[in-house]
Design a protein around this ligand. Structure first.
Ligand SMILES: [Zn+2]
Length: 448
């Protein structure tokens, strides 16, 4: 449908951070055809949307999530993350069914859409279920199955300070072949809105030889690699002891960085390693809220910026509110440099839009509001009591925006949220199914 969005403030989030006030954005079906002061001559919209008092911004890109893990909400919020990881999390994951992941992914995708997220990068078990939930909700996704170096039924054991990873080549090959089978079937699905990645779990949960095999397979299949990177102290210690180098250096040695690469977290990284990620196909995905919440950690984004590394934002297994994540990123990173002018709003918003789009390999298609790009956009109410602000509209969106102010969300010109309501799925059904499954799952766990 041809649409004209009129009278809004348009944050393009393009390379020049252009802003258009009281402007018009026109779409022709799934594509933006103009952004500017007036409508192109001869353009006759079928629908005209008055955006007076609103900000239009590109759909947000959440570049590191595990939608299926939302079934664990509330069970990981106040615990030692390192301890939970090896003793419990893998055991929980081994018990998840396709239907569990589908149910949790539907709930998380619904939350994401209502928060203005139009694309995610997900790595988890049962990726078919995740892809299905994204398609139902109307979102884009870079999706892959988790590749581990051991069998999920025989996860690492932590005895005292040491971790026995119990690596098994047969289990690893099964994970890798499964990931390839997923890519064969789903890459390009739903009119290219679903794409596939290979997703080795982390640098410590696969051996160096296994990581090299993932790199070879990704090269042969022309797939990006999405994984955790230097998330925990035990990850860096394991790699240092086992391979004699840091986590990023290991990925460089194994050929992983030769492929388009998304590395989530990037906390325990030596200063000289940061520069290994300075390449046009690599992105570090900053997940500031779960890092701070789970372990009180802050990734060194100043160092990444100095090294010229591309940055995107993620929410990991926590709330899908990417505006909140961006706001928190700006605040917590300012504390690291003790400056109120570092990390300006327009740059941090760009991490959540164009940076994420580039991480997903989609910056030629989404991530900014420019003619020729897909109509993935968000209409944010900016004249309410919570959001009225006399400052730069980048600061207004970043510091005063929230999911409750998101009026409409479009993906490829398709309306997926209107007046804050999901348009393609029934939120009540999703909520009921999720509540029932969560109750059943955790009453079992409580008895075990
Ligand atoms: Zn993660």
């Amino acid at each position: 449908m041809k649409r004209a969005f009129i009278h809004g403030t348009i944050l393009t989030c393009d390379a020049a951070f252009r802003i258009h006030r009281d402007a018009v954005l026109c779409t022709d079906g799934e594509t933006i055809i103009s952004v500017g002061a007036t409508m192109p001559s001869g353009f006759h919209p079928e629908e005209t949307i008055d955006c007076t008092g609103s900000i239009l911004l590109p759909g947000l890109v959440n570049a590191h999530v595990h939608l299926g893990e939302h079934l664990f909400r509330g069970w990981m919020d106040e615990t030692s993350f390192e301890g939970l990881f090896y003793s419990t999390l893998f055991r929980w994951e081994s018990q998840l069914s396709f239907d569990d992941v589908l149910c949790a992914s539907r709930c998380a995708a619904a939350e994401a859409a209502k928060a203005g997220v139009t694309a995610v990068a997900d790595l988890y078990h049962h990726p078919q279920a995740t892809a299905q939930a994204l398609i139902e909700t109307g979102l884009r996704g870079l999706v892959g199955g988790k590749i581990l170096g051991f069998a999920l039924q025989r996860p690492p054991r932590q005895a005292g300070g040491a971790i026995d990873y119990r690596f098994e080549w047969e289990a690893f090959r099964e994970h890798l072949d499964g990931a390839e089978a997923f890519a064969d079937q789903w890459h390009g699905a739903d009119a290219q809105r679903i794409t596939a990645a290979l997703c080795p779990h982390a640098t410590n949960t696969l051996t160096a030889d296994m990581l090299s095999q993932v790199a070879d397979r990704a090269g042969r299949l022309h797939l990006p690699i999405h994984m955790h990177l230097a998330q925990m102290a035990s990850e860096r210690e394991t790699v240092l002891e086992r391979d004699g180098i840091g986590c990023v250096a290991l990925l460089d040695r194994c050929g992983i960085l030769e492929q388009p690469f998304l590395g989530a977290h990037g906390i325990f990284v030596a200063p000289e390693e940061l520069y290994l990620l300075e390449r046009p196909t690599a992105t570090v995905v900053h997940n500031p809220i779960p890092n701070a919440k789970d372990a009180g950690l802050i990734a060194p984004m100043t160092g990444y910026q100095r090294a010229g590394v591309r940055i995107a934002l993620g929410t990991d297994a926590f709330r899908m509110d990417l505006l909140e994540t961006a706001r928190f990123a700006a605040c917590i990173q300012r504390t690291t440099v003790q400056s109120g002018t570092a990390f300006p709003a327009r740059e941090v918003l760009q991490w959540a839009t164009l940076g994420g789009a580039a991480a997903l390999g989609l910056d030629d298609r989404i991530g900014s509001l420019e003619p020729g790009k897909a109509a993935d956009l968000v209409v944010l109410k900016a004249d309410g009591v919570e959001s009225l602000s006399c400052g730069d509209p980048h600061t207004q969106a970043l510091y005063y925006g929230s999911p409750g102010l998101i009026q409409s969300v479009y993906v490829d010109g398709r309306l997926i949220v209107h007046n804050g309501q999901l348009q393609r799925v029934d939120e009540g059904d999703i909520r009921r199914d999720f509540a029932d499954r969560m109750t059943a799952r955790w009453s079992e766990e409580g008895r075990s």
